[in-house]
Design a protein around this ligand. Structure first.
Ligand code: NOJ
Length: 585
């Protein structure tokens, strides 16, 4: 029987309190010596992932793709990118993961495909008004011979959102196509029945291969005002990377809900004939500080979950952290929908760098977005301490938690990438105004051996090792997994401890939590018998007495420092630390 959505006390679906590990396939591990990660690389390191105690892996898109946006430009939704492996390799990965009790989640991209997708090539070759063009947004250009774009919409990664269907403006075809992100990613029209049928097939195809759910990419612009009116003028405070996201004709539209209801029907129908499965889809959208959006998109017949980026984007500042927590646990209490928390992903500056930035404490700063920031004056040691403290908090909060590969190694953002090695379209489409996201996607260091790109690459049969697709900094070896193993103070050991503590002291307490005010500088959270206190300041602080909570009688069960005793001495929470107390009831 389906449990009531208002029962927030216990989790009844695996994904409600899952720990999920995000694998950015290209940068995880390369088993062919070509400098590009692959699916066999994930298989080779599954023990590393399993040791983190995760319930599932989420694979960034691994479909055939020209890699103009590293897989978010899908050329075929029913196959595997040849650099990564084959459908057989994929099946073997799903089986190997399942053998360790780990489920597999796919990434699915509904807003757009690649400009090399067969349907789009067919559309370009077809005439205006054809069924082939109706799957996308083709519209006539404005002005004499249609030389102006159909409207003023801007692309998320820079420039106009419109591209002429033919480069030769003398031809009769005066149509343009819409690409919300880049010209290489034409937007689908999700009201088109061919498109709807294809995505239903996509979901079923991967469910048939054992996938347990989907991270659904970029739901924000799915569903548009069919008239595609000009976007109203925006003020100067709206920068290049924000214009798209304030366009009322393409952002969080009601038309989108219709798409997700259809998807949910497909999933529920599949689930009904596979009672042993517990399938899900989680929405990727930046709904931070707008809880009403999460409520709307996680209605019973839409997404099972939505990402909560609130803690990822929060400045290092008490009220901001409290608001991030409060907004989301409020939704959980009200609706029973468990959030998908995350502190890092492949689009965001890595946490140790982010929290080491001079402006990290500024309540007005919006630290998460790496699109336009540079790497000056960063205190990585401070960032590391703060990262552990915030991560320790995130491990305690109800909901699932998505880890991004490399955060368990404490990897910093890499800024020192020559322009000609940068790959992110954000960098190229803005002429470097936006640094882009390459710095959080550097191939992982597994060992200290520089000759194999710090263990990222296994040499090819002839012994050769290609350059990693993004250059690794010289210091990379110091973060290597092999270096951290057995070191109690390491980030890796910290993740192992926290994951175990989460399983024993957090998850069994169910899905209800509340904020507790322990006084200035401290953020407190209670989840059943677990009380967690984060000290955001540079000094040790004793929590103020709080009705019903006697911390002096509680047991310290985890902390952000290697030794819990160091994090709580004489009843005071250490500077920049988080402590977990179990009240024992
Ligand atoms: C969000 C993805 O996380 C990002 O990497 C991608 O560039 C955009 N969506 C477009 O698909």
């Amino acid at each position: 029987m389906t449990p009531s959505r208002t029962d927030t006390r216990a989790s009844t679906h695996w994904w409600q309190d899952a720990l999920v590990y995000q694998v950015y396939v290209r940068s995880f591990a390369d088993t062919t010596g070509n400098g590009v990660g692959d699916l066999n690389g994930i298989r080779a390191h599954l023990d590393h992932i399993a040791a983190l105690g995760v319930d599932a892996i989420w694979l960034n898109p691994c479909y055939p793709s020209p890699q103009k946006d590293h897989g978010y430009d899908v050329a075929d939704y029913f196959d595997i990118h040849d650099e990564y492996g084959t459908l057989d390799t994929f099946d073997a990965l799903v089986a190997d993961a399942a053998a360790r009790g780990i489920k597999t989640l796919m990434d699915v991209v509904p807003n757009h495909c690649s400009s090399r997708h067969r349907w789009f090539l067919d559309a370009l070759a077809s005439s205006p008004g054809s069924p082939e063009r109706a799957r996308f947004y083709f519209r006539d250009g404005k002005g004499p011979r249609g030389t102006e774009p159909p409207n003023n919409w801007q692309a998320a990664f820079g420039g106009s959102a419109w591209t002429r269907a033919t480069a030769d403006s003398d031809l009769d075809d005066i149509q343009w196509y819409l690409g919300t992100f880049t010209p290489h990613q034409p937007d689908f029209d999700q009201t088109n029945t061919d498109v709807q049928a294809m995505f239903a097939d996509v979901l079923r195809f991967w469910f048939d291969r054992g996938v347990e759910g989907f991270r659904v990419d970029a739901i924000t612009p799915v569903g548009k005002d069919p008239a595609l009116p000009d976007q109203p003028p925006v003020g100067p405070e709206i920068g290049t990377f924000d214009i798209t996201w304030v366009n009322p004709y393409t952002v969080f539209r009601d038309e989108g809900h219709e798409v997700w209801r259809r998807w949910r029907t497909v999933i529920d129908e599949y689930g009904a004939s596979h009672p042993d499965r517990d399938l899900m889809m989680v929405a990727e959208a930046y709904a931070t500080r707008r809880p009403e959006l999460t409520r709307a998109f996680t209605r019973q017949d839409e997404f099972h979950q939505m990402f909560a980026f609130d803690l990822m984007l929060t400045p290092w500042h008490k009220e901001s952290v409290e608001r991030a927590l409060g907004d989301i646990i409020g939704i959980l209490d009200e609706t029973g929908v468990a959030p998908a928390w995350t502190l890092n992903n492949h689009d965001t500056q890595r946490i140790v760098t982010r929290l080491g930035r001079p402006e990290a404490e500024d309540p007005e700063s919006w630290t998460g977005n790496a699109l336009s920031t540079t790497g000056t004056d960063i205190d990585l040691e401070l960032g590391d301490r703060r990262a552990r403290a915030l991560t320790a908090l995130a491990f305690a909060v109800p909901g699932s938690l998505y880890l991004y590969q490399g955060e368990e190694l404490g990897l910093p953002e890499v800024f020192d990438i020559p322009d000609d090695r940068r790959e992110d379209p954000v960098f190229h489409l803005t002429d470097g105004e936006g640094l882009g996201r390459d710095g959080c996607r550097i191939p992982l260091p597994w060992s200290t051996e520089a000759a194999t790109s710090f263990g990222f690459s296994t040499p090819a049969r002839d012994g050769s090792v290609g350059e990693p697709w993004l250059p690794q900094p010289r210091v990379w070896g110091t973060y290597a997994a092999t270096e951290q193993a057995g070191d109690d103070e390491s980030m890796l050991a910290f993740y192992h401890r926290l994951s175990a503590a989460r399983r024993v002291h957090a998850v069994p307490n169910g899905l209800h939590a509340e904020l507790v005010d322990f006084g200035p500088g401290l953020v407190g959270l209670r989840r059943g018998s677990l009380v967690v206190v984060l000290n955001l300041t540079d000094e040790a602080i004793a929590p103020a007495p709080t009705v019903g909570i006697d911390l002096s009688a509680a047991t310290v069960v985890a902390a952000s420092t290697a030794s819990p005793a160091a994090a709580v001495a004489s009843g005071r929470i250490g500077a920049c630390s988080t402590v977990w107390f179990d009240l024992g009831r």
